[in-house]
Design a protein. Structure first.
Length: 422
């Protein structure tokens, strides 16, 4: 069974995110001489042209800030402590500012609390509200359903995928099952139960399968461990049973799902609209027309995916640029190779989803042919209810024998319209 019973308990390490935190407020900020509050009161005598030397000089000669912080939550609510802010620190504290403090119970009492971050819940909540409002105003009911699907996706991620991986389940299997559940709920909830949606679902599943196979092959071939930074190292240290390369592959699958949904739904809708415009078009014609639309979609989507990954890794790329490393050296490093494999595998899946989904949609929609009450090709309209092989006299008798004209079937008008076109 993959369903988790909750994340396994462990002792806090106090490293990174694995530590106790509380909410706090900066109640007072005083300016003090850095020389009077630093551990060493001596002026540095080394080379001050380097970054380290310049920082040491600022800490010795500059003006520091002494912030008084009040803990607002937890068992020590109301307790205050002080923290020295150096002049070269990127984050400067201000009076009245809401902050996040870390708590280390094993440290000396005066050093148990320290500021780790600012409290940015309000701006984040406001931005989320603006996003939700924009989606509802533009999308209306469809937008509301999209927000509901988004909430369900987060629930699946937090209550199934993450706990199942922490309990030691195969990350690839968990990711495939979780991504499939997210996809089914999101597509059917937003687009309804229909043949059109089912085709998009099938195209997405086939593309996800391709991404999983290619990802598994090239992650193993490139010897990517998935353990490339402090966070993944901490995860591996706390839970050695987790397959980190499998976790990397799971991230590739889940990360590609959102863009895959967009591509498959768009291609399916395009083929359906082409059929509505010309119901007589066969599946080959629908496929050719749909694939022309898909080529434009491929160009934009692949570029979007590559730029999204490049944007996320921009600080890392900047470090390589500072070090003046060659392109080959940068690409061969595991940190960058991981992003390259992630990008290319996801892009191949996206490219493959276009012809696959277009072909499926063309085959399904072309089976929806006009009914038997329409005009036979090359002949006169046949009245509804007339049996095959009936004599003309019998047909005339059905309308009466008093010389009355037989009423024209409704489809005759359409026949005359088609003759006028020739």
């Amino acid at each position: 069974m993959l369903w988790p019973g909750g994340a396994p308990a462990h002792e806090r390490t106090g490293v990174g995110f694995d530590r106790q935190t509380q909410q706090a407020t900066v109640t007072k900020v005083d300016e003090v001489s850095c020389k009077s509050v630093n551990a060493s009161g001596e002026t540095p005598t080394g080379d001050t042209s380097t970054a380290e030397g310049s920082s040491a000089q600022q800490q010795a000669d500059g003006t520091c800030k002494k912030a008084t912080i009040r803990v607002d939550t937890g068992k020590d609510k109301g307790r205050t402590f002080t923290e020295i802010v150096q002049p070269d620190q990127s984050r400067q504290l201000h009076e009245g500012e809401k902050v996040v403090v870390a708590y280390e119970p094993s440290a000396p009492k005066d050093l148990q609390y320290s500021v780790t971050d600012v409290n940015r819940r309000f701006p984040m909540a406001l931005l989320a509200g603006i996003f939700a409002l924009a989606v509802v105003v533009v999308g209306r009911l469809r937008g509301v359903m999209a927000l509901v699907a988004l909430a369900i996706s987060f629930l699946i991620l937090n209550f199934f995928i993450l706990p199942a991986i922490l309990q030691g389940s195969n990350p690839l299997v968990v990711a495939v099952i979780g991504a499939s559940a997210i996809m089914l709920i999101a597509l059917y909830l937003c687009h309804g139960l229909s043949a059109r949606t089912s085709v998009a679902v099938l195209g997405t599943l086939i593309s996800l399968l391709l991404i999983g196979i290619l990802g598994s092959l090239f992650i193993g071939w490139a010897a990517l461990t998935g353990n490339t930074d402090d966070n993944t190292g901490l995860i591996h240290g706390l839970f050695p049973s987790i397959d980190m390369s499998g976790l990397l592959l799971a991230g590739v699958i889940i990360g590609s799902l959102g863009v895959l949904d967009d591509v498959t739904v768009t291609q399916t809708s395009a083929v359906w609209e082409l059929h509505e415009a010309n119901p007589s078009m066969g599946w080959r014609g629908l496929y050719r027309a749909g694939i022309r639309i898909g080529r434009d979609h491929i160009a934009s989507v692949v570029n979007t995916l590559v730029l999204a990954y490049a944007g996320a890794a921009l600080p890392l790329l900047l470090l390589f640029s500072i070090a003046q490393s060659s392109v080959g050296t940068v690409a061969n490093s595991e940190l960058v190779a991981e992003e390259i494999v992630r990008t290319l595998v996801g892009s191949i899946g996206l490219v493959a989803s276009v012809p696959v989904t277009t072909a499926l949609a063309a085959l399904v929609v072309s089976a929806d042919r006009p009914g038997s009450g329409t005009i036979p090709t090359g002949g006169e309209p046949t009245p509804a209810g007339t049996q095959a092989g009936a004599q003309p006299g019998a047909q005339a008798g059905a309308y009466g024998t008093q010389g009355a004209q037989a009423p024209q079937p409704a489809t005759a008008r359409g026949g005359r319209g088609r003759r006028r076109k020739h």
